[in-house]
Design a protein around this ligand. Sequence first.
Ligand SMILES: Cc1cc2nc3c(=O)[nH]c(=O)nc-3n(C[C@H](O)[C@H](O)[C@H](O)COP(=O)(O)O)c2cc1C
Length: 216
Amino acid sequence: MSDHAYSAAERTAIYRAIGERRDMRHFAGGTVAPELLGRLLAAAHQAPSVGLMQPWRFIRITRRELRGRIQALVEEERVRTAEALGERADEFMKLKVEGISDCAEVLVAALMDNREPHIFGRRTLPEMDLASLACAIQNMWLAARAEGLGLGWVSLFDPQALGALLGMPAGAKPVAVLCLGPVTEFYAQPMLVQENWAEERPLSDMLFENQWGERP
Ligand SMILES: Cc1cc2nc3c(=O)[nH]c(=O)nc-3n(C[C@H](O)[C@H](O)[C@H](O)COP(=O)(O)O)c2cc1C
């Protein structure tokens, strides 16, 4: 064991948050105390980022009418997604894919504008800005689970329409509508597994040695 390791209880807590984090779409209303919201945003802001670019921007939605307009955009895209799915359309329409109206807080996570000058780590892989933003959201997701709050990542929207609605400058791009707040209970498994939409595959399917497809 490394001298730098956390205590056994702390390690258990870290792995517990990772294992019990769920994408939540059912919320119990309520509120998130300002200090707690501040802790979650600070957790997001401590994420790693390519070239220390910190490309994340968060817009807290506090106007109820604006929340409704965001939900309308998600609903439009939900219908378009169902159409694109073809034979699974009806099954998809039965899934709950967002909790915008019943969550305590809605945050829109976006990539900043003017990203082109940032080439450290992005010259060949420009999408590393998005990877960095995803790290920030994951930090918030895990911290929220530890605090007993649910968080759901909604990506069913037209980014141009949402960017325009929130007054984003050209080049900025919304990536997630985050639904955050108290829940009655956390799903025991990913909701898409519970609803028989998808199956989880084991780690062993994803792990190769030396060459793609070669099993350890
Ligand atoms: C990048 C990203 C986008 C997602 N977008 C949506 C979404 O639009 N609607 C939704 O219901 N779930 C969305 N999810 C949640 C996934 O469906 C969920 O993470 C997956 O089913 C595994 O469940 P778990 O997060 O509870 O482990 C998204 C997750 C990620 C990482």
